[in-house]
Design a protein around this ligand. Structure first.
Ligand SMILES: *Cc1c(COP(=O)(O)O)cnc(C)c1O
Length: 364
C-alpha cells in the first residue's frame, strides 16, 4: 500500500505528529510488563493534568470516543432510572440513545442546531423530579458550538444528578477543568485535539461517581465497559480484564507529553488564535459562519455552503488538489455546511493558509 499524504482539517482525526507515530511503532511488549505499566501510569497522570482533575479513576478506555460515552452511561445508570439530556446536535442525540439503551427514562432539553443549550431551560426541566444523570456536550462537533459548562453543576445539584460531560472535541483544545466545574463523569477521544490516532477514549469519574458505581444494585450491563472490573487492572492489583492496546497507549503517552510540553494555556490560546484567523479569512471570502461568535468552538468552525455550490465537488477537489480533508455537514446541516477542524497539530497558521487558499481556488 502506498502512503497517502493528507492534511486533516475535518471533524477528526487530526494530523498526527511524527513523534506520536514513532511511539506507535515501538516494539510491542506485554500489557503486564513493568516497563509498559510505568508508561500506563504516566499516561494516566498526564491525563489527570489535561482533564484538570485529581480523580483516581482516570483512564483510557480501549475503544473510540463513543465507547467512552457508553462507559459513562452504562456504569452510572440502572434500568428504570431517569436521565436529563441536553441536545443541540448529533452527539447530544447519541447520548439520549445510549441512555435509553441502558433502560433509563430520558427527558430531553433541546436547543436549535447551531445554538448553545440555554441553562434556564435545563433548570426548568430539572424541577420535574429527581434525575440520576444530567448529560451535556461541551464541544458539539456536529455544529461547532462551545457550551459554557459553569451553570450546570448547580442545576445538577438541584435535581440530585451526576454531571456527565462529553469532552471529545474539547480535551487538549479548550480547557475542560473537571474539578473546578464539578464534573462527575467525562469522556473524550484521542483523534481530536490530542492529535493521536483514533482508538482510545480517556474517561474520568469523580469520587461521587465512583460511589454510585460501587453501590449499584445490578451489575453493569456491559462486561467490557464495566469500570468495577477495569479498575482492577488500572489499580494496584493489575488483574487481567482485556489486553490493553499497548501501542496505542505508547502513542497516547507521547501525544500527552506534547500537550504538556506546549503548556495547556498556550495550547488553548493557539486554538483560539488560529480559529480567529480562519474565521476572518472565511468571512473575507464572503462565506457565512452560522454560529454566533460568542459560542463558536475554536477547534471546529461551521461554514454555510453558498447557494449553487456543489458540496461534494468542492470537498473532492480539495482532497485531489491539496490532499486536504474538511468535513461535510451532519444531521440538520447535511449538504448545507462544511465543518473545518483546527484540532491539535492541525491548528497552525500553515493549515489556515492552505485551507483558505484552497477554498478560494475551489469556489472560483
Ligand atoms: C467524535 C465525537 C464523538 C465520537 O467519537 P468516536 O471516536 O467517533 O467514537 C463523540 N462526541 C463528540 C462531541 C465527538 O466530536
Amino acid at each position: 500500500m502506498s502512503s497517502t499524504e493528507r492534511v486533516l482539517m475535518g471533524p477528526g482525526p487530526s494530523d498526527v505528529p511524527p513523534r506520536v507515530l514513532e511511539a506507535l511503532s515501538r516494539p510491542t511488549i506485554g500489557h503486564l510488563d513493568p516497563v509498559f505499566l510505568e508508561v500506563l501510569d504516566e499516561a494516566q497522570a498526564m491525563l489527570r493534568q489535561v482533564f484538570g482533575t485529581k480523580n483516581a479513576l482516570t483512564l483510557p478506555m480501549s475503544a473510540t470516543g463513543s465507547a467512552g460515552m457508553e462507559t459513562c452511561f452504562v456504569n452510572l445508570l440502572e434500568s428504570g432510572e431517569r436521565a436529563l439530556i441536553c441536545r443541540n446536535g448529533v452527539f447530544g442525540g447519541r447520548m439520549a440513545e445510549v441512555a435509553r439503551r441502558c433502560g433509563a427514562e430520558v427527558t430531553l432539553v433541546d436547543a436549535p442546531w447551531g445554538k448553545a443549550i440555554d441553562p434556564d431551560d435545563v433548570a426548568k426541566a430539572a424541577t420535574e423530579g429527581s434525575f440520576k444523570v444530567l448529560g451535556i456536550v461541551h464541544a458539539e462537533t456536529s455544529t461547532g458550538v462551545l457550551q459554557d459548562l459553569s451553570p450546570f453543576r448547580a442545576i445538577a445539584d438541584s435535581c440530585g444528578a451526576l454531571l456527565l460531560v462529553d469532552a471529545v472535541t474539547s480535551l487538549g483544545g479548550v480547557a475542560v477543568d473537571l474539578d473546578r466545574m464539578g464534573i462527575d463523569a467525562v469522556y473524550s477521544g484521542t483523534q481530536k485535539c490530542l492529535s493521536c490516532p483514533p482508538g482510545l477514549s480517556p474517561v474520568s469519574f469523580s469520587e461521587r461517581a465512583r460511589q454510585v458505581l460501587s453501590t449499584r444494585k445490578t451489575p453493569v450491563q456491559s462486561w467490557y465497559f464495566d469500570l468495577n472490573l477495569i479498575g482492577r487492572y488500572f489499580g494496584d492489583e493489575r488483574v487481567y480484564h482485556h489486553t490493553a492496546p499497548v501501542n496505542m497507549i505508547f502513542a497516547l503517552h507521547e501525544a500527552l507529553r506534547l500537550v504538556l510540553e506546549e503548556g495547556l494555556q498556550a495550547r488553548y490560546a493557539r486554538h483560539r488564535e488560529q480559529a480567529a484567523a480562519l474565521q476572518r479569512g472565511l468571512q473575507a471570502l464572503g462565506l457565512e459562519l452560522p454560529v454566533e461568535e460568542s459560542v463558536r468552538l475554536p477547534p471546529l468552525t461551521l461554514v454555510r455552503i453558498p447557494d449553487g455550490i456543489d458540496d461534494r465537488a468542492v470537498r473532492a477537489k480539495l482532497l485531489a488538489d491539496h490532499g486536504l480533508e474538511i468535513g461535510g455537514g451532519l444531521g440538520d446541516f447535511k449538504g448545507k455546511a462544511w465543518r473545518i477542524g483546527l484540532m491539535g497539530a492541525s491548528a497552525t497558521p500553515q493549515h489556515v493558509k492552505l485551507c483558505l487558499g484552497a477554498l478560494e481556488e475551489a469556489l472560483r
